[in-house]
Design a protein around this ligand. Structure first.
Ligand SMILES: NC(=O)c1ccc[n+]([C@@H]2O[C@H](COP(=O)([O-])OP(=O)(O)OC[C@H]3O[C@@H](n4cnc5c(N)ncnc54)[C@H](OP(=O)(O)O)[C@@H]3O)[C@@H](O)[C@H]2O)c1
Ligand SMILES: *[C@@H]1O[C@H](CO)[C@@H](O)[C@H](O)[C@H]1NC(C)=O
Ligand SMILES: *[C@@H]1O[C@H](CO)[C@@H](O)[C@H](O)[C@H]1NC(C)=O
Length: 330
């Protein structure tokens, strides 16, 4: 039985991944690495994980030695922490050669913002990134939002000892599973933004394109990648071909901002029902203004070839926010 080591179990994505893993592979030894020590009973008794390790992502030597002891590592904990990815890769690369070793890394399409413009408008010339074009994947570099860990993973995949898979979701929405109430990165940042400004912004005319995917579609796809990789004796393709973008319908930021604004208004978190057009400076600090200011365009053809069903099976962002939004007051 291959053993699995999971990072991110208390997060929006990881809280669902752990349940999906136990459902699909109930007999695989499953270790979770987390810093919150209050949910052990839930993890052991309800979910059925076999091993719990408490720690933070700074403890690189422990992480490396844990990775060395597992066949499969799934990192849905951080797409920013380069040290974490280095530790995982370091450990996995020290396993006995000849043993199948899989690393599934979750990154994000924030890498692919069109940096030539930051006016919040869409531009016909914006680059569209394709997951089935290896030349696009080779352009990924440490200067990109999630590029540090990505680069570490690609270098490891090139060495041939680790079968790497990298998955790029856009905005992930939905509700966490279990006792955790993680909002996930973007829902969390939107909540912070409305508390900071008192309203939800968009930049300029708000036509800049963004994209969103339901957490259920993300988790289904992680499981699809894992199942596929377990079925192969040898990694079939080059490192740049074990890369998938997933997403839904391209949507202008103005729409997304208005949906969030209405949700926060209905919850009494802000007094403004409509999002406000502002300049980049007026939108304040952080990832949200950065993302809002640029187009972010990509296609999901390789993911679809593997069986990605798109975001159509799930509740759409607009519907989710119109009645799922009490996640923000939990
Ligand atoms: N959500 C999105 O919109 C989105 C979009 C694109 C890409 N992604 C990427 O997808 C992955 C999963 O996202 P998510 O939304 O599920 O994230 P999340 O809800 O923020 O979960 C992050 C997880 O990592 C853990 N963690 C973070 N830093 C840690 C540290 N230093 N030590 C120990 N544990 C640490 C958190 O533990 P605690 O509970 O203890 O904090 C939590 O379990 C991330 O890599 C994210 O960057 C997310
Ligand atoms: C740990 O998890 C519990 C239960 O979900 C939560 O109430 C608490 O805030 C978490 N602690 C930290 C430090 O994140
Ligand atoms: C965005 O909003 C405009 C104006 O309400 C609407 O016509 C358009 O269909 C919306 N697009 C999406 C993808 O929701």
């Amino acid at each position: 039985m291959p053993s699995i080591l999971l990072f991110g179990v208390t997060g929006l994505v990881g809280s669902h991944v752990v349940l999906a893993l136990k459902k699909k592979y109930p007999n695989f030894p499953l270790t979770v690495y987390l810093r919150n020590a209050t949910i052990d009973t839930y993890l052991r008794a309800t979910v059925g994980v076999s091993r719990i390790e408490h720690g933070t992502y700074d403890e690189v030597e422990r992480i490396a030695s844990l990775a060395k002891d597992h066949d499969i590592v799934i990192n849905v904990g951080s797409s920013w922490d380069t040290g974490l990815s280095e530790a995982i890769v370091d450990g996995l690369s020290k396993r006995d050669s000849g043993k199948k070793t899989i690393l599934i890394h979750m990154s994000g399409t924030g890498n692919f913002v069109e940096t030539r413009w930051n006016d919040g408008a869409t531009h016909a010339e914006s680059k569209i990134w394709h997951d089935d074009d290896s030349e696009d994947i080779k352009l990924i570099n440490p200067k990109m939002l999630n590029g540090g860990p990505d680069t570490v993973v690609y270098e490891a995949g090139k060495s041939g000892t680790i079968e790497t898979y990298v998955i790029y979701p856009p905005i992930i929405y939905g509700r966490a599973a279990g006792p955790v109430s993680a909002l996930g990165i973007i829902q969390y940042f939107m909540h912070l933004k409305v508390k900071e400004l008192g309203f939800i912004p968009y930049i300029g005319d708000g036509t800049a394109i963004t994209n969103a995917v339901h957490v259920h579609a993300v988790v289904d796809f992680v499981m699809l990648v894992l199942t596929q990789s377990l079925g192969e004796d040898e990694p079939q393709k080059s490192v740049y071909e074990r890369v998938y973008f997933i997403g839904g319908t391209e949507t202008p930021w103005k729409n997304v901002s208005n949906w969030f604004a209405e949700a926060f208004f209905n919850l009494g978190i802000s007094g403004e029902k409509k999002a406000r057009s502002v300049t980049l400076e007026e939108a304040g600090e952080g990832e949200i203004p950065m993302l809002m200011s640029h187009d972010m365009r990509f296609t999901t053809r390789r993911a679809e070839k593997l069986g990605y069903g798109g975001n159509v099976e799930s509740e759409q962002l607009r519907e989710f926010l119109s009645h799922g939004s009490n996640i923000f007051t939990a």
